[in-house]
Design a protein around this ligand. Sequence first.
Ligand code: SF4
Length: 427
Amino acid sequence: MQTFKDTDWLNDALWYVRQKRDNTSKNIPEWEDLRRHASNIKAHTITHLDTYLEEFEKKALKNGIQVHWAADAAEHNKIIEKILRAKKAKKIVKSKSMLTEECELNPYLEQRGYEVIDTDLGERIVQLAKQRPSHIVLPAIHLKKEEVAKIFHDPNADPTHLTAQARISLREHFKSADVAITGVNFAVASEGAFVVCTNEGNADLGTSLAHTHIAVMGIEKVIPDMEDLGVFLRLLARSATGQEITTYTSIFKKPAQNKDIHLIIVDNGRSEILAKEEFAGALKCIRCGACMNTCPVFRRAGGHAYNYVIPGPIGSNLGAARDIKAYGKLAFASTLCGSCTAVCPVEINLHEQLLGYRNLYKQNVKERKDIYYKAAFSLLRSPLLYTTALKLAKLLPHSLYKRAWNKRRTMPKIAKKSFREYYNESH
Ligand code: SF4
């Protein structure tokens, strides 16, 4: 098992995943062509979304899948509740879905008396810890095994033991659940089928045992056909975890006998992103998490350091797209080194978009420091103003400088003579 030194371990762990991605991608000589191809497929699909979504819906309905459309998070949650009520369901097993995080489905259902069990191991850990995922693909990467043992109330911090305990506990929930909820990785228009990828088989077990399967997808998940699916599956696993294929890659096409599948197709702000040419490329994202594994800021700060539900460079973009005032500042938490853009399997120009959101933030949000910067600019460009200000500063009482920034820092005393005065005296 891979071990990491105690300091900087999160950075090391994420960098380890990034290196695994590098190694497996190098096994494919045409890797860069594959990225370009995937980017082109996505660019084509998102600019013809109406056509592909309609084709997908038509075929899915023909296959016996019940299709619902949700304009926003509130509608998404209401549709799910309506299905649960109709089924008289009480317990739900849920596999990983960033869309349900985005729509805050768990608290919505829990407040209405439903029991929701996250079944992906990492998601289950953060659910028990009452936290949100810190990574798109590795939700509990920020926690050490000792912390997981504490969350499980188990004195044994051995990862194999902890995993076995989680398996025993989850197995009971799987057996007694009424409904299984999953996300969707890809929806294939030509087939009316959708694909769910997990490494733990939890989506498969949940949907096999429960009578009702509710799958949720953003409108951008649709792709034209099965040939395209091959392109994305090759890219997704390698970019996400450095595996050649995700362990369980399941295609859902029609409900089994006496069972039903509901599929909810959600917009929730995606059409608005699509309408902005500069930022529409973000909809190409296949949620592999590679941009976060490589980002020098997020590798050190972790996904909880910033306030949008989707962490990492893509989350900073999507957050700013959702609400520039609330999340636009995330665009500044970047070195703009372009490493995210360099690894993105669908060639999203992430760092350029971040720069774009910085400009948008500046145009939309006025901050007090803008006034300070303007004052400093006028001061620094005028030698007369600058030297006069320095002379005046010496006369003012030191306590006047005790402003917010200095509350927890020691403000140095202003020297009696400036460097220029000393210099002039000695020459
Ligand atoms: S933006 Fe690209 S690298 Fe980041 S999660 Fe999406 S597909 Fe992966």
